[in-house]
Design a protein around this ligand. Structure first.
Ligand SMILES: [Zn+2]
Length: 412
């Protein structure tokens, strides 16, 4: 029970059950978009691809390996990377694919930091723009621990297959920490790839295509290669449909709205004298601010920590004004890697103009280990003027939950 005891508790209870049954929920739909991504930066292949995408005005995300850029023989070098950024701003976005292209799940913590943070520092040192820079783990080799390190230094992570196996690439709600891709096999006709993109968009997905190398006309493609002639069919189709399907970089696709985040102290950086977060309240034992780097980019030092116990444990932010007729996206980073029993949920407390509790909505729950971003869609119940976001761990749970970067943004 989420209701806080006050003078109108009984009324609140009645309203609470009514609202739970009747509150309208809206179904957010992603805009129609498609992304083209290319890994490893093999020089000839990359130039072959860009000679096709640039004239059409299509955007591409490149995932480059910084130590390969140092060598600059098989891969493009730093000078060319910088030149691409300068020549084609908005069309070529450079992202990280680590320093040395290792299997991330086999790395020590120190190596994980070097391959993630270290790679970004290299990009920065060579004048590559790291704003909104994401990362793709080599070989799509990651686990929850890897993701928790990746999340410290990058706002998003691209995987290397349809990770959740639901048959749709990035079906809403997204997880910025495990963005899925579709990689055409060497002999797949361009028409088949186009059909796949259309199908994905029709099912509410965000299709991201992954390519490694492009072979010139007349050359039989091997593993991880794709014929440039078939690629031309795909990009010509994307360009011809640009009125309805937008060519995007991943960071653009994830920018759902320009609206400001309504949550104060959303990253738990401001603390009062007893160490608890300003602008946040808590139920009591087991709910603290952790300062041991369990949060996410950019301020990953502090995060909210809730340890499961025999009773429900929760935290909630100061009430923010909301408009009854509007729709909101709530997003937060959540990390749990020691699940034994129970689960956690996100609840929204709702209040009328006078600040009286009138009910709320349960937005979703998790009953297993998880590291990543969760999106929730929220439409205030009738009579709601203020709302408060409340992550809570259910009674009887045995788990430790870290929460960071709590966002609530109004949709246009
Ligand atoms: Zn790779």
């Amino acid at each position: 029970m989420k209701a806080r005891l006050n003078g109108v508790f009984l009324v609140a209870c009645a309203v609470f059950f009514l609202l739970t049954l009747t509150s309208a929920s809206f179904a957010y739909e992603l805009p129609k978009m498609v992304g083209i991504t290319c890994d490893d930066g093999q020089a000839d292949s990359l130039e072959r691809m860009l000679s096709v995408t640039i004239p059409l005005g299509l955007k591409v995300d490149l995932f480059l390996v910084t130590d390969f850029l140092d060598e600059g023989d098989w891969s493009i070098d730093w000078a060319r990377a910088k030149e691409l950024q300068t020549l084609y701003p908005g069309l070529v976005k450079i992202n990280s694919h680590s320093r040395t292209h290792p299997y991330f799940t086999s790395l020590t913590n120190a190596r994980l930091i070097d391959e993630t943070r270290g790679s970004k520092l290299q990009f920065s040192a060579h004048g590559i723009n790291t704003d909104d820079m994401g990362i793709a783990t080599p070989y799509g080799d990651f686990n929850l621990k890897v993701l928790s390190f990746v999340a410290r230094y990058y706002p998003w992570h691209r995987a290397a297959w349809d990770y959740d196996g639901d048959g749709v690439i990035n079906k809403w709600p997204l997880n910025d920490c495990q963005l899925e891709i579709f990689e055409p096999t060497p002999n797949m006709p361009g028409e088949e790839v186009i059909a796949r993109v259309q199908e994905d968009i029709a099912q509410g997905g965000l299709p991201l295509l992954l390519f490694h190398e492009f072979t010139p006309a007349g050359v039989v493609p091997g593993d991880w290669q794709y014929p440039i002639e078939e690629f031309k069919k795909i990009v010509n189709w994307i360009a011809a449909n640009s009125d309805t399907i937008k060519s995007v970089t991943i960071s653009e696709a994830l920018h759902l709205t320009d609206a400001p985040n309504l949550v104060k102290n959303y990253s738990f950086t401001n603390r009062n004298v007893n160490g608890w977060a300003k602008n946040w309240s808590r139920s009591g034992a087991g709910v603290t601010i952790n300062t041991a780097h369990q949060g996410n980019f950019p301020e990953f030092t502090n995060s909210l920590r809730i340890v499961g116990g025999s009773v429900e444990r929760k935290a909630w932010n100061d009430q923010v004004p909301v408009d009854e007729g509007s729709e909101y996206i709530i997003k937060m980073y959540q990390s749990c890697q020691n699940w034994v029993a129970g689960g956690w949920c996100v609840w929204v407390d709702e209040f009328n103009l006078d600040g009286y509790y009138i009910g709320g909505q349960r937005l979703g729950g998790n009953y297993w280990n998880f590291v990543g971003w969760r999106y929730y869609q929220y439409q205030p119940s009738p009579g709601t003027a203020k709302a408060s976001i409340q992550p809570y761990v259910e009674a009887g749970s045995r788990l430790t939950l870290f929460v960071d970067s709590v966002e609530m943004r109004k949709l246009p």
